[in-house]
Design a binder for this molecule. Structure first.
Ligand code: PGA
Length: 265
């Protein structure tokens, strides 16, 4: 059944007390009908959140090890299998901060997506253009290359989510126009359809990320092929995060039908 995915990326933020308070407060707020909610805290908080997750939101991680092995001599790394065992069900891979600060290439991102999927996690593969790319008129080309080179061959609508996050919109308060987001999401869907077939393309969810907040969620989440949001700053406050999840967006019947039919196949 079609559901938007409202995903929070806490980055390197929150203490244990803050995480507990967040879950408690979220439990008191109006629940979002027909919406899947996910929080990806730092690994340090995963066990606390799994244990105190009375409202049963999904929990995930912001990265997984690139090593193909589930364990071994990889100092500092944590494998997808290890976080799956702790209770994570999603892994963000290839966030632009990891691509920029840790030199993650599409090849690395693809391997991380494979590792996540092999461990039974859903991979949220992040892509997005820089301001230079957009100003040069290359945004769509750059993003489609990232999508096709980062998605593994084993990707399906059940194990993979694509998150489009323009680098210049992350944490800046700037958002692309509705037309620009619509153009990009339609182009991504079309590229996935060409490479993986209509069934996989229609059953996959495409998130928008970059300065999403309660006040712009209605319009962003109403765009065709925007099947959810990846939220940084506004996911740290339960009221803001929930405000996005309960936004008054409209999803076209065409999109819902295509998604549901593709899932039944
Ligand atoms: P932002 O971050 O919502 O703070 O812009 C989005 C992200 O990095 O996923």
């Amino acid at each position: 059944m079609y559901q938007k995915l409202i995903a929070g990326n806490w980055k390197m933020n929150q203490t244990r007390e803050q995480a507990r308070a967040f879950l408690k407060e979220l439990a008191t707020l109006e629940s979002a009908a027909n919406t899947e909610m996910l929080v990806c805290p730092p690994i340090s908080l995963l066990t606390t959140m799994v244990d105190e997750n009375d409202i049963k939101i999904n929990l995930g991680v912001q990265d997984v090890a690139v090593a193909v092995k589930e364990s071994g001599a990889f100092t500092g790394d944590i494998s997808a299998k290890m976080v799956q065992e702790l209770g994570a069900s999603y892994a963000i891979v290839g966030h632009s901060e990891r691509r920029a600060m840790h030199g993650e290439t599409n090849e690395i991102v693809q391997q991380k997506a494979i590792n996540a999927i092999d461990a039974g996690l859903k991979a949220i593969i992040c892509v997005g253009e820089t301001l230079n790319d957009r100003d040069a008129g290359n945004a769509v080309d750059v993003v489609l290359t990232q999508v096709l080179e980062s998605m593994p061959k084993i990707a399906t609508g059940d194990n993979c989510v694509i998150a489009y996050e323009p680098v210049w919109a992350i944490g800046t308060g700037k958002v692309p126009t509705v037309d620009d987001v619509a153009e990009m999401h339609a182009a991504i869907h079309q590229a996935v359809e060409k490479q993986f077939g209509a069934n996989i393309a229609n059953s996959m969810r495409y998130l928008y990320g970059g300065s999403v907040k309660p006040s712009n969620a209605d319009s962003l989440l109403s765009i065709d092929y925007v099947d959810g949001a990846l939220i940084g700053g506004a996911s740290l406050k339960a009221t803001d995060f929930n405000g996005i999840a309960t936004a008054q967006y409209i999803t076209s019947a065409k999109r819902i039908n295509a998604f549901d039919i593709a899932h039944q196949r």
